[in-house]
Structure formats: C-alpha cells, structure tokens
Design a protein around this ligand. Structure first.
Ligand SMILES: O=C(O)/C=C(\C=C(/O)C(=O)O)C(=O)O
Length: 301
C-alpha cells in the first residue's frame, strides 16, 4: 500500500553532527519512534498525519552516531494501536531497546504477554487533540489496571492548558506515570507562574509521576536561534527543563524524539539536541541520573 506524507512534512535532519557533549556510558535515548515502512507496517486508518518512513535500522544508526547505548521506542499515533513496527524493532535490538505501546480495551492478555516478552514496558495515553480522538477516562483506567500487574507504566502526552481538567485522572492512575515533554508548557510564561506551577505541584505531590525533559524544538518560542542571531538554541525552554532536572533528579528522562513528527518550521540537528543536554543537566551526576540511572531503572530493571 502506498502512503503519501502529510503536505509540508519535514523529514528528519540528514547528516546530524557528532555531539561535542560526550554522553555517559549506558546512555538511553528514552523517547524516539519508528515509522513503518508503510508497505510492511501500514499506518493506521484513524491517523491524523502520515509520516515519512523511519526504520529501525536508521534509528539504531542514529543511536550509535550520537553515542547512546539504548533506545526507548514510543508508539506514535500514526500507527494507532497496531504495535507491529514497534515490536519488530524491539526484537531486532538485541536487548538494546524497550518500548511503550498503544493498546485499546480489546487487547488480549496473550497480546500483552507477547508485547512484554518483546520488551514493551509501558502504554501511552495521548490527549493531544490534533493527534488522537477522545477516549473515555474509564476505558483508560481499565487499561491502566490491566497493564499494572505486568509492571508497566503509563506515558501521557497532553497540552498544558488541559492539565487542570486532567489532573485528577492523572493523579489517580495506579502505575508510574511518565509525562511526555514536560506537559508542553507555554514557555512564554514564567517557570514560577501558575500554569507550570500546577505541573510542579503534580510532580511534587505524586512521587510516582516522572517527566521527560525533551523536545525543546517543539516548545521554544525563541527557536533555534536567539534574538541576536547567535546559535543559542531554544534558550526559553532551558529554565523549565533545568528546574525539573534539579528538583526531581531521579524522575526525569530525555529523548531525541527522532524522527521528530509534525515539526513545521524547522528540523533540529539531533547532534545539537544532544549538545543541549548540559544546559539543562549541568553536572555529571545529574547527567548520569537523567541519561543512565533513571531510564535503566524504569525500563531495564
Ligand atoms: O513524537 C512526539 O513526541 C510528538 C508528537 C507526535 C506524537 O507523539 C505521536 O504521533 O504519537 C507531536 O507533537 O506531534
């Protein structure tokens, strides 16, 4: 079956630079994807976008180029609850990849066991309206209760404006909960403002809730260049990510988000994204927790 990319789709950055920042041994890219190939793993009919193909081989080559040891591959909405491409990549990784799947209420226990055996360790609930249709909370809670005995966690992706309405649901989940991309804060507002304050309250009062401090390229208003034109990428996101890393050092994760779905105005060099890490994790200890200890404990223990 032929698939045509969403008009204006930006492919990932070809020829990423070699990072200047030396990743610590055992570092994990804890948020990335595989897409298709569509002729082998068709994209979901209910998808909101059609991506470029992005293979496990290309992901693993990027892992090695950047200096990561492992990947956590996250099911993207373009594949819906068809996790075959994800499972195929996990099985090909020689134990160097774990996964976060998307399942619906009809998933069988045998299917869950098969995914667990392949390396899946979580399921993802997507509340970003441009990506996924509404699923009743009771259905999601039913799924969370079914995956909890497997030791899986729940990954949540939402817009910051929706947190007030979702707060009680998130804090009632029976598993570890991992928030994608800091809950997409509005970085034009202060870190100390009420909006991000609600997110910090959730993390402070619920020690089962973690956050990825990834995707400055999605959140930044200042963009890849600072106003003076110097290459200070995404400076307006640094205070948010750095605050989370320093406040909750044992509950943060980082990922490239390769191949960067749905970016509209630019495509980051993944090598420069890695070089961004020391700005948000300024000590070797914080870098080791963020990149090695935390993802290893959550996915490989
Ligand atoms: O890949 C990301 O983390 C971000 C996006 C896409 C998805 O998460 C997805 O399709 O599942 C996005 O913001 O468009």
């Amino acid at each position: 079956m032929e698939f045509t990319k969403t008009p204006g789709w930006l492919d990932w950055y070809t020829g990423p630079s070699k990072p200047r920042f030396q990743l610590p041994a055992g570092a994990v890219d804890a948020h990335c994807h595989v897409f298709g190939p569509g002729d082998k793993f068709p994209y979901a009919p209910e998808r909101k976008y059609t991506p470029c193909d992005a293979s496990k081989e290309q992901l693993f080559a990027l892992r090695d180029h950047l200096g990561f040891d492992k990947n956590v591959i996250v099911q993207a909405t373009c594949h819906g609850s068809d996790n075959r491409a994800l499972v195929d990549a996990l099985k090909a990784s020689n134990g160097k990849a774990k996964g976060v799947a998307t399942v619906n209420r009809n998933v069988t226990d045998a299917e869950l066991q098969e995914m667990h055996a392949a390396g899946v360790r979580g399921t993802r609930f997507n509340f970003v309206k441009r990506l996924a249709d509404f699923t009743p909370r009771e259905v999601l809670l039913e799924i969370a209760n079914r995956i909890a005995p497997l030791g899986w966690h729940v990954v949540i992706y939402f817009e910051a404006v929706d947190l007030p309405e979702l707060y009680d649901f998130f804090t009632a989940l029976p598993t570890t909960v991992v928030v994608d991309h800091m809950g997409r804060p509005d970085v034009s507002k202060p870190v100390t403002g009420p909006e991000f304050g609600l997110f910090l309250k959730m993390m402070r009062e619920h020690s089962n809730i973690w956050s990825k401090v990834s995707c400055p390229e999605r959140l930044s208003v200042s963009g890849p260049k600072a106003l003076n034109g110097e290459q200070h990428a995404y400076q307006d996101v640094v205070p948010f990510a750095k605050h989370l890393v320093e406040t909750f050092p044992d509950r943060v994760l980082w990922g490239t988000d390769w191949p960067h779905p749905n970016l509209k105005d630019h495509m980051p060099d993944d090598g420069l994204l890695v070089d961004y890490i020391p700005q948000i994790a300024p000590t070797a200890e914080l870098q080791r927790k963020l990149l090695v200890d935390n993802p290893t404990r959550l996915y490989w223990s």
